[in-house]
Design a protein around this ligand. Structure first.
Ligand SMILES: [Fe+2]
Length: 386
């Protein structure tokens, strides 16, 4: 229990939720007094034709906008620079990010770089953010990152192949338009990977060294929703209730981890994403059960409580914790996520991955203290398939 520790809780984002809520975008922009908007998205969102109705609405409302769509997966520092340059040249007074975590995180970093000098890495961990940033409206089209309510962005340093975080309340979106209808077109594999990312956020936040009660509440309900709806969302993407449950689970998990942090699963996933450009959600899904086993003795009570949120029953804490780990493993298997071996990670890279995991700002939040040797042990267990 963490009721005797002090904490602060700030949520700078106004959340507007509901099927069809995207249609209020012109009003939201008017409320924010934004006249020249830069849309930030990626080729996947464009291919899914999610942008067309948004542009039609903006055209109809007579809103001036341009579109920056060159955001890559695991957004790169050069994407941020190109987008910020475009925002400056266009004279944008605000940004609308439409997509998964990549466009939203890229837009957050752009919101700083459009009003500050210096490369994106200059703002790592929120350093040097001295000026106002461009206001951002975030519109998630996946149910995973929770980036629409977090005030962090993860960007890849393309020279070092290293993912770094910018964390500052100024980059929290002004408004999140959270519309489950926009997630309907996600294919099953993306639904599975992003859903497991959200589950990882909730579990890591709940077991974090800096967990606190409000984040705990959000994390536990997120776990409940994700475990209830992920399989259905993967099997039948047109089930709007399942899509809504996953999007709400992802949002709650985002609220949880933006206050209580993530931990070692993300440290490994980000080290792998930086090195191999592997999709973030897939990395998390594959690493999560192994890391839960490694952490088990350090957070047995929390895992047992997670077991209850997963709908499990157990006669004692130790058994409850074991069952929770097994249930997460089962869920990852049921939604068809690949094995660690399928990433083709070269064991010669393990040391570098372990070092980069230790360097990650979230490493101290893991319930079990993790040195490079610990990360090596987890990577070797993953490689051995256990
Ligand atoms: Fe994540």
């Amino acid at each position: 229990m963490n009721l005797l520790k002090g904490f602060g809780f700030e949520l700078p984002t106004r959340i507007e939720y509901g099927p069809g809520v995207i249609r209020t975008l012109p009003q939201v922009l008017a409320q924010l007094n934004l006249q020249r908007t830069l849309l930030v998205t990626d080729p996947g969102v464009q291919a899914a034709r999610l942008l067309d109705p948004v542009c039609a609405q903006l055209d109809q409302a007579g809103i001036t906008y341009e579109c920056f769509s060159a955001v890559a997966a695991n957004p790169k520092d050069y994407n941020v620079e190109a987008g910020a340059t475009m925002a400056r040249e266009f004279g944008a007074d605000g940004l609308v990010a439409i997509g998964g975590g990549s466009p939203i995180d890229c837009a957050k970093a752009m919101s700083i770089c459009a009003t500050h000098d210096g490369a994106p890495r200059n703002f790592e961990r929120g350093r040097n953010v001295t000026e106002a940033v461009l206001p951002l409206v975030a519109v998630p089209t996946t149910a995973g990152t929770g980036s629409e309510v977090t005030f962090s962005a993860v960007i890849t340093d393309s020279l070092e192949n290293y993912k770094f975080s910018i964390r500052h309340t100024k980059i929290g979106p002004a408004v999140a338009l959270v519309d489950p209808e926009l997630t309907i077109s996600m294919p099953p594999a993306l639904t599975a990977a992003t859903g497991m990312d959200a589950l990882t956020h909730a579990i890591e936040a709940y077991t974090s060294m800096v967990a606190e009660p409000l984040a705990d509440a959000a994390a536990l309900y997120a776990i409940e929703l994700i475990s209830r709806y992920l399989r259905t969302a993967v099997d039948n993407g047109r089930d709007l209730e399942a899509r809504a449950g996953m999007l709400m689970g992802s949002l709650l998990a985002g609220m949880a981890f933006s206050h209580a942090d993530v931990a070692a699963v993300h440290c490994i996933a980000e080290a792998m994403g930086g090195r191999y450009d592997t999709p973030h959600g897939v990395c998390n899904a594959v690493v999560l059960p192994a890391m839960m086993r490694y952490n088990l003795d350090w957070c047995r009570a929390q895992y047992a409580r997670i077991g209850l949120a997963l709908g499990l029953t157990a006669t004692d804490e130790a058994r409850g914790a074991q069952r929770a780990v097994a249930a997460v493993e089962q869920l990852a298997g049921d939604v068809g996520l690949p094995s660690f071996a399928s990433f083709g990670v070269d064991p010669a890279d393990f040391e570098l991955l372990a070092e980069n995991s230790v360097k990650n700002g979230s490493n101290p939040s893991n319930p079990r203290p993790m040195a490079a040797a610990d990360y090596l042990a987890v990577l070797e267990a993953l490689q051995a398939g256990s």
